[in-house]
Structures are given as structure tokens and as C-alpha cells.
Write a protein that binds this ligand. Sequence first.
Ligand SMILES: NC(=O)C1=CN([C@@H]2O[C@H](COP(=O)(O)OP(=O)(O)OC[C@H]3O[C@@H](n4cnc5c(N)ncnc54)[C@H](OP(=O)(O)O)[C@@H]3O)[C@@H](O)[C@H]2O)C=CC1
Ligand SMILES: CC(=O)[C@@H](O)[C@H](O)COP(=O)(O)O
Ligand SMILES: [Mn+2]
Length: 399
Amino acid sequence: MRDLVLLGSTGSIGTQAIDIVRRNPDKFRVVALGAGGGNIELLAAQALELSVEVVGVARSSAVQDLQLAFYAEAQKRGYATGDFKIPKIVAGPDAMTELARWKCDVVLNGVVGSLGLAPTLAALSEGRILALANKESLVAGGPLVRAIAKPGQIVPVDSEHSALAQCLRGGRADEVRRLVLTASGGAFRGRRREELGNVTPEEALKHPTWDMGPVVTINSATMVNKALEVIEAHELFAVPYDDIEVMVHPQSVLHSLVEFTDGSTLAQASPPDMRLPIALALAWPDRVPAAAAAVDWTQAHNWELRPLDEEAFPAVRLAKEAGRTGRCLPAVYNAANEECVAAFVSGRLPFLGIVDTLERVLAAAPDFAEPGTVDDVLAAEAWARAQAQRTIATVAEGA
Ligand SMILES: NC(=O)C1=CN([C@@H]2O[C@H](COP(=O)(O)OP(=O)(O)OC[C@H]3O[C@@H](n4cnc5c(N)ncnc54)[C@H](OP(=O)(O)O)[C@@H]3O)[C@@H](O)[C@H]2O)C=CC1
Ligand SMILES: CC(=O)[C@@H](O)[C@H](O)COP(=O)(O)O
Ligand SMILES: [Mn+2]
């Protein structure tokens, strides 16, 4: 039995993790749940269903709503007073970090954005296994994470990195020739740059193969998701950027590949369903039987792999450049992107303006030193967010 802390429990990753827990009560017990505070009813319902010890919410003002939601949920479930225990509540910007330190076996970090860095570091420093979906924490705080993570302490949830971890396990680092990350191509796969000028957030939010939260879905459309994943792969597997390729694979069945020095390539294949990598990360190194459906090997399949069109989608090239420079530039890349995505969704920035802004922000970045503390990362991010906003304003003025 593993005790779990689920951060981001109300999101796409969090709700799928709870689905795994529901189907495997002999393997997992949830002791803590955390979320932003945007869906209090769901958070309260999850907490009572799973009888957790503690619930965390980042929005401090949500505490009273959460208390009321517990009683409303208990009533809905027909519980009499005394039939249920209201969990402890922790609230505020540090709530996820407090939960990440809660006594447990595995912390699943499924929050969105680089605000996931502090909980990632907290879970690692407490010696927990970290099932990591929140790739932004590794991108923003790579040097900090590297400094404290013990070998095997981080188990990737991201589908590509789970695939790579599966292909790599049992092997030796010096046998690896290159990593190949697959990309669905996102909502605008196959389009040329001149066909992307007028695309809308609604169109960008229609992912062809995965049902995910809005930020990662927009990032998939710009290929920033793959760009962050290249940095994530470099951080997790210590493979140089020159040896990490991206290929477009529209079917999202081959989740990534490892080429070895003898010319052999291993791939991990399964229909697109995040419950497989989530379950594997929660139970690692064990597999959870029937976590998700397998490929139907009695049917014909046509799986394509194509090179990425870097002219239409330069995000990966930019991320490799930022990654090679290292220091705080990956954090700058991610923070600027978070600003740009919000600006695109609210109509302040055209789609192509997202990656164009990233390029301008990176070009203007001062010589940040290697971050030694979270505050160093936050300072670089603050610069990046402000610079991104200035750039977005000039784009809006037509400059
Ligand atoms: N969805 C997927 O299939 C995949 C996702 N990932 C990664 O997993 C992470 C989560 O993605 P996804 O589940 O899609 O995102 P969602 O938008 O669906 O969910 C985000 C979660 O984060 C919570 N949250 C938002 N703001 C805060 C905050 N300030 N403090 C604490 N929690 C907060 C939300 O809570 P609330 O509801 O209260 O706002 C919600 O529970 C991202 O890093 C993403 O890149 C990686 C691979 C696949
Ligand atoms: C499911 C998952 O891991 C996502 O990160 C996915 O990879 C997004 O799809 P893209 O390949 O389109 O970026
Ligand atoms: Mn992914």
C-alpha cells in the first residue's frame, strides 16, 4: 500500500490519478489533496470520497467556501454528523509546499506552471518519491532539482519521459546514442507559418489526440510543450541537447524512442491515455495491471514519423539554445511563455506572437548566474515576465 499526496487533484492529471486510485484500493491510499481553488466543489467531493487527512488550497480566500463545500458534499452523500471527518485545511501560496512535505510514500506533482517548483523541491528534500507531471518545475529549477534529487527519486509522469524511462530501464547510460521525443504536432500540425497568423485560442485548444488542461494544450499547439519536454529530458536523463531529437507522430501511440549505440532503437507504444504513465509513476517500478487499454495487435496500424518543421514551429530550436546556455535561461523561457499563453488566451497576443515574444525575451536576457536558490529562479522569472509583458505591449501596438 502506498500513501499518496496528489497536488493538482482537480486537474486533468489529478482526476486521472484519482481514477487509478479508485480502481486500485489495495495499492494506493490518498492522504492529501491540493489544488488552486478554482473548483472547490470538486476538491471537497474528492476529499470526502477519499477520506484524506488534509486538503490544501492555494487561494487563501477559498477556505470558507471549502468548509461549506465539505458540508454540502456530506449532505449530498447522505452522511449524518459523526459519519465523516472534515479534513484539516491548509491554505495560501505555500499550501502545496506544505502538502509536499506531508508524510507519504509518493507525491504526485500535477499542478500547472513553474509555481510547482517549490513543492517539487520540498518533496525531494523530504525524501519522497516524486511522480512528476509538472515539467515546468524541472525546466525552471533544473540546477536546484539536480542538486538534491537522488538517483531514481523522480519518476516521470509526462508520457514521453515515461516512455523513455521504460526504454532505458535496466540499461547503461553509455549505450544511449540519442533520445527521440515524439510530438502529436498539436492543433495546427502540418500548417506553414503563413497559415498560423489568424488562428484563435478556441482552435488552439482542440488537441488532436490528448484531453489535457488548457495551458499544456496551447503549448502543444505552439510546440512549446515539446520544447519544455526537450529540457525536461535533458534534466532527467543527462543526455546532451545535440542528442535529443523531436519527430512529429500524429497518432500519439509511440510515446518516445531511444536509439542505442549499436543501431537498435526501442520505443514504448500504447494508445494515448495518461492513466498508463500516471499509474506506472505511482507504483514504480511495478506496473499496475489494466491501467489503460493496450494497442490492438490484431488490427492494422499506420504510424507516421516526420521531422519537425522548424520554420513554422521554432520553439524547440529556441529551447535547445536556452538549454545549452543553461543557468536561468530555461526559467526565462518558461516564465515568458506562461505570460504569452495568458495574453494569447485573453486576445492580447496573436498565436505567432507567443514564440516570437519568447525569442525577443531570450535575446534581451541579461547574463543570469547559475541559480543557487529558489529566489534566484524567481528573480529571473520576474525579469522574464516583465520583459514579456513589455514585448506583448509592443506587439499589440503593431510594433
Ligand atoms: N494533462 C495531461 O495529460 C498532461 C499534463 N502534464 C503536465 O501536468 C501538469 C498539470 O497539467 P493538467 O492536469 O493538464 O492541468 P489542469 O489545468 O487540468 O490542472 C491544473 C491543476 O493545477 C491546479 N492549480 C492551478 N493553480 C494552482 C496554484 N496556484 N496552486 C496550486 N494548484 C494550482 C489546478 O487547481 P484548480 O482546479 O483549483 O484551478 C488544477 O488542479 C502541467 O505541468 C502539464 O504540463 C504533462 C503531461 C500530460
Ligand atoms: C500527454 C502528454 O504527455 C502531453 O505532454 C502530450 O505530449 C502533449 O502532446 P504534444 O505531443 O502535442 O505536445
Ligand atoms: Mn508530454
